[in-house]
Design a protein around this ligand. Structure first.
Ligand code: TXA
Ligand code: MG
Length: 355
C-alpha cells in the first residue's frame, strides 16, 4: 500500500513529515519533492532500505545514488578527504541543485554507491526535503522517483504513473521548481569534472571553483566512458516515439514538410515563440514555454516527453535552444531522450526515419 500525503511546499505540516520520517527510520521508502525533480528516498546508511529503491525503480544495482543531507555534519558523516576549496564553498552553494562526487566514508554502504569508493552528495533547497531529512535524522539516498525507463518526475502524477504501489509514502507538494536534475560535479579530481549539467550552471561553477572540465558528453551529444561516470552508461530515457532534435533551426520548416510528405503524424515540442508559426496546421503542438525564460522550458521538458509518448502521433520533433545557463542541461536531456537523433540538414531526417 502506498500512502499519498499532500504537503504544503513552503510550510510543510510537521505531522505529515513525522509520519514519513518514521517510515524512513523503519527502513521504508518515501517519495519526496526537491527543487529539481521528485526523489525516491530511503535511509542511505541502511543497505536493506537502499535495496528497496533499486527494486521499486527497476534500476541496475551498480548505478550509484545521490545522498541527500540537511546539515553540514552529515557531509562529514558520508564523505572524507573533502578538498579545502569545497569545504569553503559548500555553505555558499548549498542548499541547492548541485551534487558533489567525493570519497565515501566507511559508514556509507556499497549498496548506496553502486560498489564505488565515491559518494554523490547534495543538500536540496526544498523545505519538504530538508524537513524530511531533519526529522529522519539520517542522510537519505534518493535517485529520481521514476521507473528506470522513464523521464524524471516533475509532477506527482508522473510519480503515481510510474511507482504507485511500489513505495510506502508519496509526499505530494505539486510541481517541482527547476524540472531537470541537479548538476553533478566530480571534485575528487583537480580540476573538477562536470558529469551532468543541471540548474547550477557551468558559468556559475567556474566563477566559484575556477576551471571546470566540461566534457563534450555534457552536451549530451555522446555517452560518457564508463570509467569517467559509471552511472551514465545506462540507456537514458528515450520516448517510445521517435524524437528528432532539429539543431539547425533554419531547417525546421523543411523537416516538418518532409515528414508530412510521407504522411507522418507529428508532435512539435517547441518554444512559445516557435509554436506561433505552426498553429492551425495539422501538427500537434506541445508548448514548452518562452525562450526568453529557459526556466519555464526546463520545468516543462520532462512533462512534454511524457505527453509525446501518450499522444497519438508517429514522431516528435523538438528544436534546439540556447545552451547558456540551464539551457545546457535542457539540451543534454533533449539529445539523450532523442537517442542522439540530431538534424542539421533536411536530408538527415532519413537517417532516422524509414522511407
Ligand atoms: O536532482 C537530482 O539530482 C535528483 C534529486 C532527487 O536529487 N536525483 C537524481 O538522481 O537525479 P539519479 O540517481 O537519477 O541521478 C544521479 C546521477 C546518476 O547519473 C549517477 O550515476 C550519478 O549521479 N552518480 C551518483 N553517484 C555517483 C558517483 N559516486 N560517481 C559518479 N556518478 C555518480
Ligand atoms: Mg534518474
Amino acid at each position: 500500500m502506498t500512502e499519498v500525503l499532500k504537503v504544503d511546499p513552503l510550510y510543510p505540516e510537521l505531522d505529515k513529515i513525522k509520519k514519513a520520517a518514521n517510515v524512513i527510520k523503519a527502513g521504508g521508502t518515501v517519495v519526496f519533492p526537491t527543487e529539481t525533480v521528485y526523489g525516491l528516498g530511503a535511509n542511505a546508511l541502511d543497505p536493506e532500505a537502499v535495496k528497496k529503491i533499486f527494486i521499486a525503480k527497476n534500476r541496475p544495482m551498480d548505478n550509484p545514488l545521490i545522498v541527500h543531507i540537511s546539515n553540514i555534519d552529515q557531509l562529514y558523516e558520508v564523505a572524507k578527504d573533502i578538498p579545502k576549496k569545497i569545504i569553503n564553498l559548500v555553505n555558499i552553494v548549498w542548499p541547492g541543485p548541485l551534487t558533489f562526487v567525493l570519497k565515501k566514508t566507511e559508514k556509507v554502504p556499497k549498496e548506496t554507491t553502486g560498489g564505488l569508493e565515491t559518494v554523490a552528495v547534495r543538500m536540496p533547497a526544498h523545505p519538504v526535503a530538508l524537513a524530511l531529512i531533519n526529522e529522519s535524522g539520517v542522510p537519505i539516498a534518493a535517485p529520481s522517483a521514476n521507473l528506470a525507463t522513464k523521464p524524471s518526475p516533475t509532477r506527482v502524477e508522473h510519480v503515481i504513473d510510474d511507482i504507485y504501489g511500489k513505495v510506502d509514502v508519496i509526499l505530494d507538494s505539486g510541481e517541482t521548481f527547476f524540472g531537470v536534475e541537479s548538476t553533478v560535479i566530480n571534485v575528487t579530481v583537480d580540476p573538477p569534472v562536470l558529469l551532468r549539467p543541471g540548474p547550477f550552471s557551468v558559468e556559475e561553477l567556474e566563477r566559484l571553483f575556477g576551471k571546470v572540465v566540461v566534457p563534450e558528453q555534457a552536451k549530451g551529444t555522446a555517452e560518457f566512458d564508463v570509467a569517467l561516470a559509471p552511472g551514465m552508461k545506462y540507456k537514458h530515457y528515450a520516448p517510445t516515439k521517435r524524437l528528432l532534435v532539429v539543431e539547425n533551426r533554419s531547417v525546421l520548416r523543411g523537416v516538418i514538410n518532409e515528414l508530412q510528405k510521407r504522411s507522418c503524424r507529428i508532435a512539435l515540442l517547441c518554444a512559445s515563440e516557435v509554436c506561433k508559426q505552426f498553429r492551425g496546421e495539422k501538427i500537434e503542438i506541445i508548448e514548452l514555454g518562452s525562450e526568453n525564460n529557459l526556466y519555464e522550458i526546463s520545468r516543462n521538458l520532462f512533462d512534454s516527453f511524457r505527453k509525446l509518448d501518450k499522444s497519438n502521433v508517429d514522431i516528435g520533433v523538438i528544436h534546439s535552444i540556447s545552451e547558456k545557463g540551464i539551457g545546457l542541461a535542457i539540451m543534454n536531456r533533449t539529445r539523450k531522450a532523442s537517442g542522439f537523433s540530431s538534424i542539421y540538414n533536411i536530408e538527415d531526417v532519413w537517417k532516422y526515419v524509414g522511407n
